[in-house]
Every structure is written in structure tokens, then in C-alpha cells.
Ligand binder design. Structure first.
Ligand code: AMP
Length: 216
């Protein structure tokens, strides 16, 4: 299965990705997770991208594409992949199309999440993530078993600095301006399917399973 998940921050891309990994064994590629790992490592690449992430702005396309194509070239992606948070600009989307076309491995579908802004903001301010294994929790709807501790690896959870209300607003603006136009782009390519992401995760997983039966 070769998929792109597209939608605003907090729409549930990461949560659905965990379900797909478990259910179908498809590798999950989250550019946000990759960038945060670089950032935490303190590498020179990590330092270069830190200010973009902290301000909720997009990392420049050429840096993103290097990281993504390197990841895509690894052996596990031969059986497919789920992109979460990539592509985010038309230039990224076109570069991906070209790369996959050349490899003779086109996308099966692009899944777009539809969620009202007020739900997104509410979810992000209560979201907590594990910086070690990238598991996602929500202190309201999906809390860990032990407060502030990851169920999977027992690492301390964090409230991402860009999940605070001031940065969330600019991330949503960036999404509307740079990423939302990709919905029309993929519609034009006949790849777009939509999900109602305002529902709980079990309902989103169910909607995805119905869609996946058609393209997997
Ligand atoms: P995410 O975890 O997907 O919300 O991404 C966190 C941050 O990483 C974003 O706000 C951007 O600063 C950066 N980022 C992740 N993916 C991309 C991408 N495809 N293009 C540009 N910047 C990205």
C-alpha cells in the first residue's frame, strides 16, 4: 500500500498511521517525527531546521526532499509506505510524483482528513507525545495508563512546544496556505479519498478499513 495522509495538524494522521502499521504492516514515514529526532540529536541538520519547527513554519523543500528520498530508498519501503505530514507543498507533491513514476510505483491513494478548526485546536492543546517512540496520547480522550508516562516504553511524555495555542494558529494558517491546495492537485490526479476525522479514532479506523478494501 502506497499512501499519503493529508490534513491539518491534529486531524488524526498519526493516530490512523499507528492503526495502519499494526493492521497492514506498512512502514510509517512522518517527516515531523524525523525532524524532531534530528533536532533532539543536536546534529547540524537538526540545528538548521529547529527554528522552522519552533515557529510552526515549513522546513524548506530541498531539505525535506533530501530526507524523504533517503528514507524512501530504504529496503522496508519496497513493500509500501504511509506518508504522514508529507508532502506539504505543491513542489514536494510534484517531486514525489516524479520519483514514484520513475520507480514505476505510483501512489494508490491520498487520504484527506476533514475536521473543523475548533476540534483541531482542542485536540492539540491536550495532546501529549512520547519523544522516544512517538506514541500519541490525549489527556482528555486517550490518556496513558500512568500519568505522563508512555504505555509502550515508559518514557516521560511531552507537550510539544508547537502544540501551544499561539503556534497552533500559525500552523493552521500555513496548512491552509501551502498544503490545502494539494487536495485539488490530488483530486485532479484521481487519487483523493476523504475521511471524516472529527470522529473518535475507532470510527476513523473503521472508515479507513472500508476505503482500504478498495485500493489495497
Ligand atoms: P508535524 O509533526 O507533521 O506536525 O510536523 C512538525 C513540523 O515539522 C512542522 O510544523 C514543520 O515545521 C516541519 N515539517 C514536517 N513535515 C514537513 C514537510 N513535509 N515540509 C516542511 N516542513 C515540515
Amino acid at each position: 500500500m502506497r499512501l499519503v495522509l493529508i490534513g491539518p495538524p491534529g486531524c488524526g494522521k498519526g493516530t490512523l498511521s499507528s492503526f495502519i502499521v499494526k493492521e497492514y504492516g506498512t512502514p510509517h514515514i512522518s517527516t515531523g517525527d524525523i525532524f524532531r529526532e534530528h533536532r533532539a540529536s543536536g546534529s547540524s541538520f537538526g540545528q538548521k531546521i529547529a527554528s522552522y519547527i519552533d515557529r510552526g513554519e515549513l522546513v524548506p523543500d530541498e531539505l525535506v526532499l533530501d530526507v524523504v528520498f533517503d528514507r524512501l530508498g530504504r529496503p522496508d519501503c519496497a513493500k509500501g509506505f504511509i506518508f504522514d505530514g508529507f508532502p506539504r507543498t505543491l513542489q514536494q507533491a510534484e517531486a514525489l510524483q516524479e520519483r514514484l513514476h520513475k520507480a514505476g510505483k505510483p501512489l494508490d491513494a491520498v487520504v484527506a482528513f476533514e475536521v473543523p478548526d475548533e476540534i483541531l485546536v482542542g485536540r492539540l492543546v491536550t495532546r501529549r507525545v512520547c519523544p522516544n517512540c512517538n506514541a500519541v496520547y490525549n489527556i482528555k480522550n486517550c490518556p496513558p495508563k500512568v500519568e505522563n508516562t508512555c504505555d509502550q516504553c515508559q518514557h516521560e511524555l511531552v507537550h510539544r512546544p508547537d502544540d501551544h495555542e499561539d503556534v497552533i494558529k500559525s500552523r493552521l494558517e500555513v496548512y491552509r496556505r501551502s498544503t490545502e491546495p494539494l487536495i485539488d492537485y490530488y483530486k485532479g490526479l484521481g487519487l483523493l479519498v476523504t475521511l471524516d476525522g472529527s470522529q473518535g479514532s475507532q470510527e476513523v479506523d473503521r472508515q479507513f478499513s472500508v476505503l482500504a478494501a478498495k485500493f489495497s
